[in-house]
Design a binder for this molecule. Structure first.
Ligand code: M6R
Length: 602
């Protein structure tokens, strides 16, 4: 949820930390703060409530000296999004930023208060600052104080800690929350996500849990919290381009990322198609052994919708039973799945607490687990036995777009990899997938923008929007509804088209709009019947479809081919409709209210 940054190097730290935070703003935007050393070697802490712009204004004219600095962007869990609750938190010489939740903060608060520590915020993080301070008084060593403090706390954390009496030192540690380490020229970076420091370095190492990264005059040491032998740092170059984390000529990241969909497909296919593109080779799965009798997808939000498409694709090409589960529910249920089943977690960020919890649940019960994720080195890659990377590049907009396209590509590849039963169907599906990036690109290059704007106006003028779809169109419908809710705040829901008559049709009246993607060749005719039922009751309908004989002209026309390839095209149209409606309404598209990009709390 929150984002943290730590820096140790020769550059002016205030502007560097602010710039790094701007790459993490998608993780939270309730408040922000920075701590740095001034010319007198005193730590200055500057904090502001609200979006990062507030902190940037508060830092106007400020600069620090080279050495260590930390920064934070907050998605509030404990305490309102006020300046007092903004990080960094301070106790004497100790200053701390934190992402995660300290679960025993009440008990610790009472103990520390009895000991005379005075709390100035409602956050759970402040206990960490006081604890480290308590141990620093006793030991005089920053890393030792952090180590002792960690013994007292339970919960999840990524922490970066400075000490006024140790300028030039910084200590960072994580458990259950992400923290990446970057090695630059004469500099080290710590951040919740790679884009924060991509401008300065691509050399990245995920910090293992319960290992303290200590940077000081002697350079970097990695010290296990339990006192074991130091680890050797192993940095790897990430293939991400720093420009991928910039908006370029687009108005919003979301818009740019929608147009990066074809690239996301192409990169996700790279190296996974055999000679002559005749078959799919997912060497990543070799560790899992032969095809399973059952696959259980676990995921949240948009990733759950990709899993629903995965089910349809795998079922159509193989005889493997497939289930799709909401991760937050699955993780607390007894496992009643077939022996030998694979549990597949789909997660863009690789950090979603519920998906990690669901995979852990399955692994504990002896099931093989596979992660489908966009972030190399993320927590899920360590949790699962095998990882299938989607390669959408960094996704900054909170509303997932290109990552969804890449997830669809990945589950499509998985279906092709497992597809043994339907050889001819598998061959056709592979052919379509190979051609998809070029066709999708061509489609996005010839969009009917006036038509999209007319439809966006219709949506903006509606009180409630119902998305319907059958077969392949059902996941698209519920994903369309989620996207619209997220960035326009317009009430919206998605239903299987056939369910409408079992209840939701009662909602149809003036002011309620029905949006229907129709790309499933086998079920489109039935969905058109559902549309008629809506129109017969005076409802207005927006359709996204190819021309079909005997049916009215669609509101947004797709090219004359549909089926699996149409999934990409209709998805892009639904994403663009939400995007253009939100822009029309003047909303903050990339940072919608109350949301955060990666949800690392339950
Ligand atoms: O990182 P994950 O894919 O695990 O995230 C899951 C959801 O939080 C995410 O898809 C969320 O629904 C997006 N904001 C959708 O646009």
């Amino acid at each position: 949820m929150c984002g943290i940054i730590g820096y140790n190097g020769l550059e002016e730290p205030v502007s560097l930390v602010l710039e790094a935070l701007s790459r993490l703003e998608y993780r939270g935007y309730d408040s922000a703060g920075v701590a740095y050393f001034d010319k007198e070697k005193k730590i200055e802490v500057v904090r502001a409530s609200g979006k990062l712009a507030g902190l940037v204004a508060a830092c106007e004219g400020r600069s620090g000296v080279s050495g260590s600095a930390i920064g934070h962007i907050r998605w509030a869990t404990h305490g309102a999004p006020t300046e007092e609750n903004a990080h960094p938190h301070r106790s004497g010489p100790i200053v701390v930023v934190h992402n995660g939740i300290i679960e025993n903060d009440r008990e610790l608060r009472e103990t520390l208060s009895r000991e005379g520590f005075v709390f100035s915020s409602e956050t759970d993080t402040e206990v960490v600052a006081h604890l480290v301070h308590r141990f620093f008084r006793e030991t005089g060593s920053l890393s030792e104080s952090v180590r002792l403090a960690l013994r007292e706390i339970s919960g999840s954390y990524a922490l970066a800690v400075l000490c006024e009496e140790r300028p030039g030192e910084i200590v960072a540690v994580r458990r259950g929350a992400p923290l990446l380490l970057g090695e630059g020229e004469n500099a080290y970076f710590f951040a919740s996500d790679v884009p924060a420091f991509l401008k300065w370095t691509r050399k990245v190492m995920p910090l293992p849990p319960d290992v303290m990264a200590v940077v000081g005059p002697e350079g970097l040491s990695l010290l296990p919290v339990d006192g074991g032998s130091p680890l050797l740092p192993l940095f790897e170059e990430v293939p991400w381009d720093p420009v991928a984390a910039e908006k370029g000529h687009y108005r919003h990241f979301m818009e740019k990322e929608i147009f990066e969909g074809p690239r996301a497909i192409m990169d996700t296919l790279e190296g996974r198609l055999g000679p002559g593109h005749g078959r799919v080779m997912l060497s990543e799965l070799s560790r899992l052994g032969p095809s399973p009798p059952e696959i259980v997808f676990v995921a949240c939000g948009t990733s759950y919708h990709a899993a629903l498409l995965g089910r349809l694709m795998i079922e159509s090409l193989s005889d493997i039973a497939v289930r799709v589960e909401i991760a937050s529910e699955f993780r607390y249920r007894p496992l009643r799945i077939r022996k030998g089943a694979w549990v597949v977690g789909i997660t863009q960020s690789g950090e979603t607490a519920d998906t990690l919890g669901a995979l852990e649940h399955a692994r504990r019960e002896g099931f093989l687990t596979l992660a489908v994720t966009n972030v190399p080195g993320s927590s899920v890659t360590r949790e699962a036995e095998a990882t299938l990377l989607t390669r959408a590049g960094p996704e900054i907009g909170v509303a997932s777009t290109k990552a969804f396209i890449a997830q669809i590509t990945a589950v499509w590849l998985l279906a092709l990899h497992l597809g043994r039963r339907e050889a001819e169907k598998t061959r056709q599906a592979l052919e379509i997938l190979v051609r998809a990036p070029a066709r999708f690109e061509g489609f996005l290059g010839s969009l009917d923008l006036p038509a999209l704007d007319r439809l966006a106006e219709k949506i903006a003028a509606s009180r409630f929007v119902i998305f319907i779809g059958r077969g392949l169109d059902y996941p698209l419908a519920i994903e369309g509804a989620l996207k619209l809710k997220e960035i326009t705040y317009r009430p919206a829901d998605g239903y299987p088209g056939g369910e409408l008559k079992h209840g939701p049709i009662a909602l149809i009246e003036p002011g309620v709009l029905v949006v229907a993607p129709l790309v499933d060749p086998d079920l489109a005719a039935k969905e058109w019947s559902n549309i008629r039922e809506v129109e017969a009751r005076g409802g207005t309908v927006v359709t996204v479809a190819s021309p079909a004989p005997g049916q009215p002209l669609p509101s947004y026309l797709l090219p004359e081919r549909n089926g699996w390839e149409g999934v990409f095209l209709a998805t892009a149209i639904l994403q663009l409709l939400s995007y253009r409606t939100a822009v029309l309404m003047g909303n903050d598209v990339d940072q919608p209210r109350n949301l955060a990009k990666s949800v690392t709390v339950e």
